[in-house]
Design a protein around this ligand. Structure first.
Ligand code: CP
Length: 308
């Protein structure tokens, strides 16, 4: 029984295999959009926090693999009557779930469910902790556009401190030999990622000339308690990927964003929808990355990677 709750300490070969499996599933889907690899399996989708991309891509991943998604709506569930996360997870197991996907505001929620319930568990975002399937789809997207990860420089700019996306990407990229430059307002930086081998910069202007990939992040206002946040004008001037800032980038640089975007703050419309943007591709890859992870945790083989 496998778990996929974080990329901290992930084995490089497992990560490369998941990237290859995601790409192989995407190639296979061109001819065969649906298979029955997970026929008869039920996947509990326990989303206790809002989501658009992650939730729908897990649902689509289930359908494409022939599994039954057990969708959970926190607002209309017994959690509003005080039922705990772990008791809710036990209910899903009792009614027949074979694996659980968990999004929750508490760091460590997915690990807790895995420990208590004894099913394969996938972390779909735990507070400011990790978002490993987002990082996997980001790595798949990067691999579509860059030669390899060794020697690649990825700039991650924005609210690093509250970003589970930044954390999972940093761990994954470092495991694959990439260089990671972080920049954001002083109150939103995260020194713990420097221990993982990331490098701290202050502003977008310090990151941009060195980066092959620029990943822009929103300020996670829902998680900020008391941290000083710059005004929108100040933020745009120092950390915003404006049309003018994007015009200074090297030709080969790609722009990523996990979403949801705050257009006009960390990224301008012209950049988000422009030729450097691979943001839509990230969303497409989300389905295949999540298919690869569901197969992995349930111990079912993915299709063979095609060379090239
Ligand atoms: N990137 C991401 O996790 O988006 P959602 O919150 O819409 O799932």
């Amino acid at each position: 029984m496998g778990q996929f709750t974080g990329l901290h300490g992930i084995d490089r070969d497992r990560l490369l295999a998941l990237i290859a499996a995601s790409r192989a599933l995407r190639t296979e889907a061109e001819a065969r959009p649906r298979t029955d690899r997970l026929h008869g399996k039920a996947i509990g989708l326990l989303f206790f926090e809002p989501s658009t991309r992650t939730r729908f891509s897990f649902e689509m991943a289930c359908h494409r693999l022939g599994a039954d998604p057990l969708a959970f709506n926190a607002a209309s569930s017994s959690s509003v009557k005080g039922e705990s996360l772990t008791d809710t997870a036990r209910v899903l197991k009792a009614v027949g779930a074979d694996a659980l996907v968990v999004r929750h505001k508490e760091v460590g929620a997915a690990d807790l469910v895995a420990e208590v319930v004894g099913l394969p568990v996938v972390n779909a975002g735990d507070g400011t902790g990790e978002h490993p399937t987002q990082a996997l789809l980001d790595l798949v997207t990067m691999s579509d556009h860059v030669g390899g990860f060794e020697g690649l420089t990825v700039g991650i700019v924005g609210d690093i401190r509250h970003s589970r996306v930044a954390r999972s990407n940093a761990y994954g990229l470092r495991a694959l030999g990439a260089r990671v430059l972080l920049a954001g307002p002083p109150s939103l930086q995260d020194a713990t990622l420097l221990q993982a081998g990331c490098e701290q910069r202050q502003t977008l202007a310090e990151v941009a000339p060195e980066a092959d990939v620029l990943m822009m992040l929103r300020i996670q206002r829902e998680r900020i308690a008391g941290a000083a946040v710059p005004s929108v004008a100040d933020y745009r001037a120092r950390w915003g990927l404006t049309e003018r800032a994007a015009a200074q980038l090297q030709d080969h640089v790609i722009v990523m964003h996990p979403g949801p975007m705050n257009r006009g703050v960390e990224i301008d419309d012209e950049v988000a929808d422009g030729p450097r943007s691979v943001i839509y591709g990230q969303m497409v890859n989300g389905v295949y990355a999540r298919m690869a992870v569901l197969l992995d945790v349930l111990g079912v083989e993915a299709p063979e990677a095609v060379a090239g």
